[in-house]
Ligand binder design. Structure first.
Ligand code: FAD
Length: 415
């Protein structure tokens, strides 16, 4: 019975996993509930890829143009403080050895998908449940075909849960695991400035942020912070984290569509806090939306028999260390490496090694991201005094740098 691993979830972790399995000499079927690949209005927003993830994506897609066609360099990591009264900013830290690249989620998804053999992803299939055979040699999944309402079974030697931060497969093993509300939400948006390169807004923002196109800017004010960077295709990506009680939203999504009143209020607040060049970019952005920010405490393990968790299912994280997509890609890379090394006959050894390599790395990275977010939002970290960028010492400010992330250089997960 079954010789193809079944992957649930066709986002970045699931598609990366299909590539890693194929590179390891296996095959893969990916079950995805959405009706088809994202099309029309762009789905998602920006993300930062580290050198290890970039290498893996280039290897899987055999696309030498990927870097230049879809990404923009983020060589510099800058933290600045904004004096909200005077509307001026100054640099707190500057790291010129950052070496990430920025991509749009939909571009990365499209590149990964295009490079897979046709038919790898079965769209419009909502995974419902699974059964592990008594001898643990295979797993049978049940999914509902959303178009016909028919329930179909797909069997495999291995079930990979890449079904995101609200994973139902994780819930099966860890029913008491709860996502932790961070204490803040993020306004997010992308300004497409095609044809508006010479507008006052774009000329102004380039003057205020002269290294856009090569730099990841963090602006901090007391109790809040913002992120700004450029994406391929004349797009500016921004986020603004705002402290507050947990907003009400549908349990199946962490994204909220904002109404006009909410957006208007956000614009007014932005004008009070940020330099005018940044609040102008927020104002000119169509359809900004809100992400409620959650993470989860590190899991005790990443696999049970022949079911393994990867990506956000395995380690929901806050975005401050730019880890969620990178961890997903690297989970997939390491899983492929372990499966190739041990083969199907030693599946449990492969999963054990996967867990031994990845669990310490992802656990530390999730907790560090949590701390970083709390520090930047002026929230208490480890019972210490809160961080205020207006009065912070040089040593305190250095804690904000991305390179403070555990395993920043990629070891020991480099293949
Ligand atoms: C549409 C979309 C846009 C995103 N945009 C961004 C972005 O701009 N920037 C950023 O940093 N991160 C973005 N993310 C999140 C980012 O992909 C993840 O944080 C990270 O890459 C880890 O990915 P993941 O594949 O583990 O989880 P996710 O990206 O959350 O993907 C989980 C996948 O599983 C599928 N799924 C869940 N349950 C079932 C089920 N029962 N049956 C079948 N399929 C199921 C979901 O439809 C989804 O495709 C986006 C995610 C999605 C789904």
């Amino acid at each position: 019975m079954g010789s193809i691993p079944v992957v649930v979830g066709g986002s970045i972790a699931g598609l990366s996993c299909a590539h890693a399995l194929i590179s390891a000499g296996w095959r893969a079927t990916v079950i995805e509930k959405t009706a088809g690949p994202p099309s029309g209005s762009p789905t998602g927003a920006g993300l930062g890829l580290d050198p290890q993830s970039l290498r893996l994506v280039c290897r899987w897609t055999s696309d030498p143009n990927f870097l230049h066609a879809a990404t923009v360099p983020l060589s510099i990591d800058i933290n600045r403080v904004t004096d909200s009264k005077r509307k001026v900013s100054r640099t707190l830290t500057r790291d010129e050895g950052f070496n990430f690249r920025a991509a749009h989620w939909a571009d990365l998804h499209c590149i990964l998908l295009r490079a897979l053999p046709p038919g790898t992803v079965v769209w419009g299939h909502q995974f419902l449940s699974f059964d592990v055979s008594n001898d643990k040699s295979f797993v049978v999944t049940k999914s509902r075909v959303l178009l016909t309402d028919e329930v179909v079974e797909i069997a495999g030697d291995l079930l990979v849960a890449a079904d995101g931060c609200l994973s139902s497969i994780r819930r099966h093993f860890l029913p008491n695991f709860k996502l932790r509300y961070s204490g803040y939400s993020a306004w997010r948006g992308i300004l497409d400035f095609t044809g508006k390169e010479s507008s006052d807004a774009i000329v102004g923002v380039r003057r205020a942020y002269p290294e856009l196109g090569d730099c990841l800017y963090f602006d901090l004010a007391t109790g809040t912070h913002c992120v700004l960077y450029e994406l391929k295709g004349k797009r500016l990506n921004w986020l603004w984290y705002v402290n507050g009680p947990e907003p009400e939203h549908k349990g199946s999504s962490v994204t909220i569509k904002a109404g006009n009143d909410m957006i208007q209020k956000m614009h007014e607040e932005a004008e009070k806090v940020w330099v005018p060049e940044l609040s102008r970019i927020m104002k000119e952005t169509e359809e900004p939306f809100v992400n409620v920010i959650y993470d989860g405490d590190p899991l005790p393990c990443l696999f049970w028999d022949n079911v393994v968790l990867i990506g956000d299912a395995a380690h929901p994280t806050t975005p401050h260390g730019l880890r969620s997509t990178n961890m997903s890609i690297q989970d997939a890379g390491i899983l492929g490496y372990c499966l190739e090394k041990w083969g199907l006959e030693h599946l449990s050894m492969a999963l054990e090694e996967f867990q031994t390599i990845r669990l310490p790395v992802v656990s530390k990275q999730v907790l560090h991201s949590r701390e970083l977010g709390r520090r930047k939002q002026g929230l208490v970290v480890n019972d210490q005094e809160t961080f205020d960028p207006m009065t912070a010492t040089r040593e305190d400010s250095l804690q904000l740098q991305q390179r403070r992330m555990p395993y920043f250089e990629g070891k020991p997960c480099t293949i």
